[in-house]
Unconditional design. Structure first.
Length: 276
């Protein structure tokens, strides 16, 4: 394989022309296609070596993953799982939507964004398709589909960030209460709950999550708290539950992106294949 040149191009190659335009578009196109195929390959590997009953990978796979240098490419196993889940999204859009070419172009390239989108797909294929066209909201988890509020732009688009989809998903699964009026008298401090600052800890070299607490655990505990509060609060005029989940989520992703070695800018492409 010939050695690549890493010199900044000059002269005719960077002069505005049809050739320059075509080279740029082709490189974006190739980058997008390579990433999609890598996601699909990862999904296929997971399907073969993940035991669905125990949700654990085989010993052969774990040994191969560690000794073959995959950790240097994907990161730790949880990050490989995100690549695999991204492949699930590519497969579904490429094979189970009315216009694969159109909707594949709407997908972001970020592993984190596609992973969050895969969680929507797991929740509901119907909801997933709505998110390809709109950003839906609801007042309660019990609201029927015809009561959902759907606004544009679509939640799923090429510029969708991992942070944006994560915050939307949390609000969808646990709709926030109505905004507090100025006349609200529930203002006296009563109980304070804090979480570990290690929520924001990431390995500076690999970008992997470290520390005793991850965002999934915070969200899970928050969901339990809100359910308990709604069920057990003696009178809605007596007590109010405020949270700082959006600030925590934004801080989490800000620090994550700061150390992420694979952080990429979204790119455009025209090529669409059949994504099986």
């Amino acid at each position: 394989m010939p050695k690549q040149s890493y010199k900044i191009p000059t002269g005719n190659r960077v002069t505005i022309s049809k050739n320059l335009e075509q080279e740029i578009k082709k490189r974006f196109e190739n980058d997008r296609e390579n990433r999609f195929q890598l996601f699909l390959l990862s999904s296929g590997i997971r399907n073969k070596y993940l035991n669905k009953k125990t949700n654990k990978y085989s010993d052969d796979f774990l040994k191969w993953y560690k000794t073959s240098g995959m950790v240097d490419l994907f990161g730790l196993i949880p990050n490989f799982t995100k690549y695999s889940s991204s492949g699930d999204v590519i497969h579904y859009v490429g094979n189970h939507t009315s216009d694969p070419e159109k909707y594949l172009k709407k997908l972001p390239l970020s592993v984190g964004s596609l992973y969050e989108i895969s969680m929507i797909l797991k929740m509901s294929k119907d909801l997933f398709k709505v998110c390809l066209h709109f950003t839906p909201t609801r007042k309660s988890v019990d609201d029927p589909k015809h009561e959902w509020v759907t606004k544009r732009p679509s939640l799923i688009n090429k510029n969708s960030s991992e942070l944006k989809i994560r915050i939307w998903r949390r609000k969808w699964e646990n709709p926030p209460p109505p905004k507090v009026k100025r006349t609200d008298k529930r203002t006296l401090p009563f109980v304070t709950i804090t979480c570990s600052g290690e929520l924001f800890d990431f390995d500076k070299k690999t970008g992997d999550k470290t520390g005793v607490l991850d965002l999934d655990e915070v969200e899970s505990f928050f969901t339990k708290l809100t359910k308990f509060f709604k069920k057990e609060a003696p009178d809605k005029l007596q007590f109010r539950l405020d949270d700082h989940m959006e600030n925590l989520t934004e801080g989490y992703y800000k620090r994550k992106e700061r150390v992420d070695p694979g952080n990429k800018v979204n790119k455009k492409s025209k090529t669409v294949q059949r994504y099986k």
